[in-house]
Write a protein that binds this ligand. Structure first.
Ligand SMILES: [Zn+2]
Length: 69
């Protein structure tokens, strides 16, 4: 059983990590790593720059109710 660092870094969803070169306009830009080579979620965007899962993470917080978008 082999679990790569990338897998450990993405507890959410079942996306396939993509590199910055593979990142498209419609791809979720959630970073999956802190150091190069950077990888991103890559799922289709659902809200803002992120897929549904990552948007729910990115846009929650204390100011959540101030931005109904
Ligand atoms: Zn995502």
């Amino acid at each position: 059983m082999t679990v790569s660092l990338i897998h450990l870094k993405r507890p959410l969803g079942a996306s396939t990590p993509i590199t910055i070169e593979e990142l498209k306009a419609e791809s979720c830009r959630w970073p999956l790593s802190d150091d190069p080579p950077w990888h991103f979620c890559g799922l289709p965007k659902a809200k803002g720059a992120y897929c549904a899962v990552h948007a729910s993470v990115a846009y929650r917080g204390p100011g959540d109710k101030e931005k109904p978008e």
